[in-house]
Design a protein around this ligand. Sequence first.
Ligand code: ATP
Ligand code: MG
Ligand code: FE
Length: 333
Amino acid sequence: TLLLGIETSCDETAAAVVRGGTVLLSNVISSQMDVHRKFGGVVPEVASRRHVERMTLIIQKALEQAEVSLDDLDAIAVTQGPGLVGALLIGVAAAKALSFATGVPLVGTHHIAGHIYANHLVKPLEFPLVALVVSGGHTELIYMEHHNQFRRLGRTRDDAAGEAFDKVARLMGLPYPGGPHIDRLAAEGKPAYDLPRAWLEPDSLDFSFSGLKSAVIHLLHNAKQRNEEINSADLAASFQEAVLDVLVEKSIRAVKMTGVKRLLLAGGVSANSGLRIRLHQRCEEEQINLQIPPLELCTDNAAMIAAAGTYQYLDGKFADLRLNADPNLPLVD
Ligand code: ATP
Ligand code: MG
Ligand code: FE
């Protein structure tokens, strides 16, 4: 199978060609990070406009680099949701236009399924597995027994992990997106500040990060009032450790509760070096098989969409020209 993937859910305009669900032939990404940085976050209108400007060129490049033509494709997979509706619409419109013009079938793919399938491009997924999905908009534990089948074990009740990283970074005066900056600072500091961990109910696999964020706000506020210096590296290390403690232990708990042997990491926060190290250590102790995507496949890209879309294609789950962007598309129905 040969699939073109298209991804425009947020601030990356991306297209990629994948063969057999696992072989990356091209993976073109145009990031708008520099455009949005001056606003301290993604501005939806600006993102949509940028996608319109870039989309055609990015698709052309992806096909060129893969040395394939539209006629060679078995399907076009596009991120249908979740994401910014105006941004999603650009990718969906492009995919529909191409499908209409060429007769190549269309597949509407879930962005989070894509993040999980980023791992498939490195080593084919083996089932059953538990996936920890940690990104800018999601923090979820997902159980998979087969391709294309997702069961949710837990989710965040408020902020996503990446969102918490970005908000705390902003409070600390770090540039957007803040996750990588906190990661870098944390490596230079010690977890000297006492911050809360939300374990929730004893067996719960849900997450909550808003209390942690509030605690950081109070800490910074109190320090300012008392004219005390805050050590940024120590604060970053303390915050990161509070997030990782819960992410890592709940993931291990999910693996034990389901009796699986494999844990998969997915989403932009997978790039966090502390998380990668901690998960490696804990999974080794618990004899759990851990799979972590390479850094370049952690954040948004279209290769992961083409990979996930391949199994929808193989299951005959096609979309037609009525396919619409869905900002709240559920992964589990
Ligand atoms: P979603 O996938 O839920 O729709 P998104 O696509 O915006 O959201 P991703 O692109 O998957 O999210 O990931 C971006 C997030 O990852 C940002 O919140 C960013 O701060 C975070 N992130 C990236 N690198 C790191 C890192 N090294 N440490 C912590 N967080 C990181
Ligand atoms: Mg992004
Ligand atoms: Fe994402």
